[in-house]
Write a protein that binds this ligand. Structure first.
Ligand code: SF4
Length: 565
């Protein structure tokens, strides 16, 4: 494949690893109608993870048997979300990590930062680096440890890095949609961007992009790519100016980390829906989705990036400016499930919050029982808290098999429910003859809990009392978490007793929203709780202008175009 015309401005010399070159060529082709390299062809249309012959990892085998095992070997970062055992729970959004550190191996710092954030997105990973004269991007489908190896990382030399791990909350899970997104700016610079969150005015921005003739997307279909393209197009008087003009126009949730050749930027939406924190390295700065990622690369936590704040870091130092007045509405679900337990959000430890939720759950929904067990690992802290609050002994009643793929690869619900048995096995000696309290983090569709209750009864439990460390999820999230649709949410169509009957429990109790908020130690006015109460803090557009696949829906694009003519 010939190098695209604009590659020269970013790549004075060929990267050492030919795979880097392929990625660069395919990324740096904003004008190509089909920028996907012929080398990047999925041999198995069922699974876009099967990318060959550019196999980054021998784990991604493009054979028929992969139909059973195409889900990446399950990486366990010690976090609850990596433990999901069906497709009924919330899916994480993305993790972002940025470094500005001359003299450091920034790609490796980004790698370990992403490794710590793997729970936030397990479909794709990428790192962009700048050495001051060019921006290189390497990305692929797969876990961080599958996408990168020593050879690739050593090819990514520079002093700035932007890393991203993705779960698709907009657009499909394709190579083009993996991040960092890349564009060439109006002045010929490279621009690489990683985004956590979802915009709610994507259709409006797309219409604007079309009006001013911004090039078509690089085969990508995400709001993140659209942001990148709009920024690149507006950067005729420099990226700084483009950023200041564009950020106030974005609505929704965005924690952004991006860079050109000389500067690392970080920006957080005025509501601060998704977390973003700043850390100090010995020889530079790091910015990350969670404090745990700072810990892992040895960066000292400095502070949160404030809602509505833009940071720029370069040879002149760190500069902070505001692009909007702050109106904090942090996602309360980060405390429930999304963030790592060893992360701190708004000064409150996630693990401590989950423990406290469990204690409050015990007060709000006591049970006459012999043993409290968690659904590992997601329910563990709240189960400990429940045991503390109730005085009922805590024990391990389920053993998790960490090596079984997530069951959402199974096509039918029947098999999906069986899949829970592959993932979780009861300790019969512990359970037999006991009245159990089983604590989980949330119920979305209810399939998991129904299968668990059946499994525990079959293992000899004489009573199963289910306790949930969050209120009923009744509303979808439009700010970057992929729940089921409203119709699929079990709590939308049934009251608590209806859900109890559906899952077959002897009793069911959810922590109250007030209890959850109190446990987070945040004022309710500074939190988003929309998936529980339907109060969306950022106004939503009409339903036809929002949705995960909006940019793939040509009809929607046509509708938007006609609306804006
Ligand atoms: S709707 Fe729920 S998951 Fe989404 S940002 Fe609000 S609290 Fe978080």
């Amino acid at each position: 494949m010939p190098a695209p015309k604009n590659q020269a401005s970013h790549s004075a010399s060929r990267p050492r690893d030919p795979r880097v070159a392929r990625r660069l060529e395919t990324v740096a082709s904003p004008v190509s109608p089909n920028p996907v390299s012929p080398n990047l062809v999925s041999l198995n249309p069922v699974s876009p993870n099967l990318v060959s012959p550019n196999l980054v990892s021998p784990n991604l085998v493009s054979t028929a048997e992969s139909q059973v095992g195409t889900e990446m070997p399950h990486h366990d970062p010690g976090h609850n979300s990596a433990e999901r055992h069906d497709d009924t729970g919330p899916r994480e959004e993305c993790g972002v990590f940025g470094v500005w550190a001359p003299g450091e191996e920034v790609a490796k710092l980004a790698y370990f930062g992403l490794f710590a954030l793997q729970h936030r997105g397990q479909e794709a990973a990428g790192i962009a680096v700048s050495d001051g004269s060019r921006v290189l991007v390497f990305k692929d489908l797969g876990l961080v440890s599958q996408v990168f190896d020593e050879q690739v990382l050593s090819s990514l030399a520079g002093h700035i890095a932007v890393g991203h791990c993705r779960y698709s909350t907009t657009g499909s899970s394709t190579w083009e949609n993996a991040q960092p997104a890349f564009c060439t700016t109006a002045t010929g610079s490279g621009l690489a961007l990683g985004h956590n969150g979802n915009l709610v005015n994507t259709a409006e921005l797309l219409a604007q992009a079309r009006k001013i003739g911004v090039p078509t997307r690089n085969g990508a279909s995400t709001d993140s790519d659209l942001i990148t393209e709009l920024l690149a197009a507006a950067a005729d008087t420099g990226l700084d100016n483009a950023v200041r003009r564009l950020l106030p126009q974005l609505r929704g949730a965005f924690s952004l980390i991006f860079c050109d050749e000389g500067t690392l930027y970080a920006a957080r939406d005025p509501h601060g829906v998704r977390p973003l924190v700043l850390g100090r390295l010995e020889r530079g700065w790091a910015v990350a989705s969670e404090t745990a990622a700072l810990d892992i690369v040895g960066a000292d936590f400095v502070r949160e990036v404030e809602p509505g704040e833009l940071l720029a870091i370069d040879a002149s130092g760190l500069r902070s400016s505001r692009f909007a007045d702050p109106d904090p509405k942090g996602c309360v679900f980060e405390y429930v499930y999304l963030a790592r337990p060893d992360t701190t959000i708004a000064g409150r430890g996630v693990h401590a919050t989950r423990l406290e939720v469990g204690r409050r759950l015990a007060q709000e929904h006591p049970a006459d029982a012999d043993l409290v067990i968690p659904v590992p690992e997601s329910g563990t802290p709240a189960a400990i808290g429940y045991a503390q609050g109730s005085g009922i002994p805590y024990g391990k009643g389920l053993v998790k098999n960490a090596y079984v793929g997530r069951t959402f690869i199974q096509p039918s619900q029947t098999i999906r429910q069986l899949g829970i048995r592959l993932k979780l096995n009861p300790l019969r000696d512990v359970i037999r003859g006991k009245r159990l309290v089983v604590v989980d983090d949330s119920i979305v569709r209810g399939n998991t809990q129904g299968a668990l209750v059946r499994m525990l009864r079959e293992a000899g439990a004489i009573e199963v009392h289910v306790r949930i460390a969050s209120p009923p999820v009744r509303w979808p999230c439009f700010y970057g978490i992929d729940f089921a649709s409203r119709a699929e949410l079990i709590a939308t169509g049934a009251d608590v007793d209806g859900v109890r009957r559906t899952i077959g429990a002897d009793s069911l109790g959810y922590v109250s929203l007030a209890g959850l908020i109190a446990a987070s130690e945040q004022p309710a006015s500074r939190l988003c709780t929309a998936c529980f109460d339907g109060r969306y803090p950022i106004p939503l557009p009409p339903s036809e202008s929002i949705g995960k696949h909006l940019l793939e829906d040509l009809d929607a694009v046509a509708r938007v175009s006609s609306l804006t003519r």
